[in-house]
Ligand binder design. Structure first.
Ligand code: ATR
Length: 275
């Protein structure tokens, strides 16, 4: 039996064990995936345990994505660019940190709504940790333009500067949002505006979007935010945040096993857990 784990603080709410154990069963892999409540001061002991017990893979969730990094042997480009690790691969005692959050988001976007991102004009609203992962992954797709828009312009500018080694990202403040949306093929909300319990709020006016454009929201609680509902009424194609969770786990599965993830089964079990 090959061992896998997810760590966080808190961890009780995590749907990852459900999703990954389903994936192992579906793929006929003899793996067991468990959640551990690990406190910040226990991270070193936890990693020593991973080495001692030969745990093959670990997912890392809030609040440990940064603090885990010094305990690892190697940091993949995805984690270096984003400054956070959500997936560890243990190759015979050599631990490598990856970040599959943004890459998972982009794979979800491509699989679920827009297969071709090359040449597309993309607007990303928000300049926090979630935006950083999404922007990093978008730079890999040869889009026509990426603009990060934030209430606090300085944060958008800093993010664009940090990502310059990977691709060109322009920065703008919220005042430019209406004009940028009118010209965009894809508009992505990475802020928490519209998340439960403030489901009446919208991060931007869907009336600014072109009918036919893609409106995407990282929020999955609710599954369809008010922003997405209004964008759909306007004639946009919509994309919610659940796929990001499914595909960040699918990528981790693929890094650990070298096999394609059984995405449909993973999505089904998560969807059932959330509804
Ligand atoms: P996460 O890790 O989820 O991205 P974060 O790093 O705290 O969270 O970033 C939150 C992002 O949402 C920021 O870009 C923030 O804007 P500021 O940098 O101006 O604070 C944005 N955000 C949060 N609440 C917002 C609101 N009510 N209106 C506009 N932007 C908001």
């Amino acid at each position: 039996t090959v061992l896998y784990a997810v760590i966080g603080d808190p961890i009780r709410h995590s749907k990852s064990p459900l999703m990954l154990n389903r994936a192992f069963a579906e793929a006929g892999i003899n793996g067991v995936y468990t959640a551990f409540h690990v406190k910040k001061e226990q991270l070193g002991d936890f990693v020593a345990g991973v080495r001692a017990m030969g745990v093959r893979g670990v997912n890392v969730t809030i609040p440990h994505k940064l603090d885990i990094m010094p305990h690892l042997d190697r940091i993949d480009e995805s984690s270096r660019a984003i400054g956070a690790v959500n997936t560890i691969v243990n190759d015979d005692g050599v631990l490598t940190g990856y970040n599959t959050d943004g890459l998972g988001y982009v794979r979800s976007l491509k699989e679920e709504v827009e297969p071709e991102l090359a040449g597309k004009r993309i607007v990303v609203l928000g300049a926090g940790g979630a935006a950083r992962g999404v922007l990093y992954a978008l730079t890999k797709e040869r889009p026509g333009a990426i603009t990060v828009v934030n209430r606090t312009l300085a944060k958008a500018e800093a993010l664009a500067r940090d990502l310059a080694p990977y691709g060109t990202v322009a920065a703008a403040d919220s005042g430019a949002l209406a004009r940028l949306c009118a010209d965009a093929d894809i508009v992505i909300n990475t802020t928490s505006v519209g998340m439960h319990p403030s489901t009446d709020e919208v991060p931007l006016d869907a009336g600014w979007l072109r009918p036919g454009a893609v409106a995407s929201d990282l929020i999955y609680n609710p599954m369809v935010t008010r922003f997405l509902r209004e964008a759909e009424q306007r004639g946009c194609r919509i994309h919610g945040g659940l796929g990001m969770f499914v595909y960040q786990g699918a990528l981790a599965f693929e890094y650990w096993t070298g096999r394609p993830a059984p995405v449909a089964a993973m999505r089904e079990v998560v969807l059932r857990a959330f509804t």
